[in-house]
Design a protein around this ligand. Structure first.
Ligand code: GLN
Length: 199
């Protein structure tokens, strides 16, 4: 089976760990640093980091506009800061976003003391409990009808899927379990198959 080319937005955050995880999950990772590089990938991961810093970089060179177009219909997986960027509504404080994931996301929702932690919990993914690494994590406080919740923490979604989009409030690239990246690679493969049918 050929490896789908999946970009990792590489302007800030832990993009190298995502590249490695994508490779292990059966994809060909491509670091994306310029808007024109989006044309050569069939999916994209927006990594964790600091969403305000992402926005600052993206506002240069028309990158934000190119990314907005990409995420409208191409598979995109946002983790942590990436999840914040995908959400339609961002609070605490309110901030601009790509506005495609039908969800309200509260930044830095876990406060100072427990701002980072490693938890293990049940998910909808086959294969038993999953380790989840949280770093100054946001909280998905509300989701629309089209959003499927794949895992929760304290009753709030932490891993979601909405058609061609996936989002996690934790950092799957920092665990050795590759099921989350595999799920995204599968999503990209099905998207590619649908594109081929259209041609
Ligand atoms: N707290 C960060 C933000 O608001 C996200 C943290 C992360 O990506 N690990 O952008």
């Amino acid at each position: 089976m050929s490896r789908p080319r999946i970009g990792v937005l590489a302007i800030q955050g832990d993009y190298d760990a995502h590249s490695q995880a994508l490779w292990e999950a059966g994809a060909e990772p491509v670091l994306v640093r310029k808007p024109e590089e989006l044309a050569s990938v069939d999916g994209l991961i927006i990594p964790g980091g600091e969403s305000t810093t992402f926005l600052k970089f993206l506002e240069r060179d028309g990158f934000l506009g190119a990314l907005r177009t990409f995420v409208q219909d191409k598979p995109t997986f946002g983790t942590c800061a990436g999840c914040i960027l995908l959400a339609k509504d961002v609070t605490h404080p309110p901030q601009r976003s790509l506005g495609v994931l039908d969800a309200t996301v509260e930044r830095n929702a876990y406060g100072r003391q427990i701002d980072s932690s490693i938890e293990t919990g049940e998910t909808q993914l086959a294969g038993g409990p999953l380790e989840m690494v949280y770093i100054r994590a946001p909280r998905i406080v509300k989701t629309g009808d089209g959003v499927e919740v794949l895992a929760e923490r304290d009753g709030f979604p932490v891993l979601v899927e909405q058609g061609h989009l996936m989002a996690a409030t934790f950092h799957p690239e920092l665990s050795s379990d590759r099921r989350v990246h595999q799920r995204f690679v599968e999503l990209v493969r099905s998207w590619q198959a649908r594109q081929r049918q259209k041609q």
